[in-house]
Design a protein around this ligand. Structure first.
Ligand code: 5GP
Length: 190
């Protein structure tokens, strides 16, 4: 299989990464398709198998690790595995499209390591930890404890921003969207 191009978007939770990813996927000229990850965690709410994630049992996930079926995988929380199947990348590249990843910092940097020449890695940065805390509080979906946990993870992740090809500061959503789009257009044209 011919290897196509990869666009990695990584960011701390609450940075607006998913909103930016959705905007990018709607730009037909960029010819992007979303990489559906596999996970061993159970579906949440309205999540659909094959659309939000490929939901696997822990045993099935481990069997795929043993087969070498993953381009990258990680035990994000104890007993909860997440990973990118090589078959998912082949599926998207066979359509002649470029792959977009909405994954965490460790996973994103692993993709860059796997495909160094055809990956653009972008870190979406909140303007400050205070702004991030404020956004997480306003979102109202997490308890105080959970917010503290996410902020700890965010600080660890922000320390690795300089390992990415590009950093976009999301202090104004429309500007962040167009900056990200420009990085991607330039990369795809190159
Ligand atoms: P959630 O369970 O909230 O959907 O995701 C939990 C975490 O797993 C998030 O930080 C998300 O970015 C990360 N994640 C989702 N898919 C993948 C993947 O394919 N690989 C890696 N390494 N992390 C992933």
């Amino acid at each position: 299989m011919k290897t196509g191009k990869c666009i990695v978007l990584s960011a701390p939770s609450g940075s607006g990464k998913t909103t930016i990813a959705k905007h990018l996927l709607a730009q037909e000229n960029l010819n992007l398709a979303f990489s559906v990850s596999a996970t061993s965690r159970p579906p949440r709410g309205q999540e659909v198998d094959g659309k939000d994630y490929y939901f696997l049992s822990e045993a099935a996930f481990k069997a795929k690790i043993a087969e070498g079926a993953f381009a990258e995988y990680e035990e994000v929380y104890p007993g909860m595995f997440y990973g990118t199947l090589k078959s998912e990348l082949d599926r998207i590249w066979a359509l002649g499209k470029n792959v977009v990843f909405d994954i965490d910092v460790v996973g994103g940097l692993n993709i860059k390591k796997q495909f160094p020449n055809n990956t653009l890695s972008i870190f979406i940065k909140p303007p400050s930890t205070e702004a991030l805390a404020e956004r997480l509080r306003q979102r109202g979906t997490d308890s105080t404890d959970k917010i503290a946990m996410r902020l700890d993870k965010a600080n660890v992740e922000m320390a690795r921003a300089n390992e990415f090809d590009a950093v976009v500061v999301n202090d104004h959503l429309e500007t962040a969207k167009s900056e990200t789009e420009e990085y991607i257009s330039n990369f795809l044209a190159g």
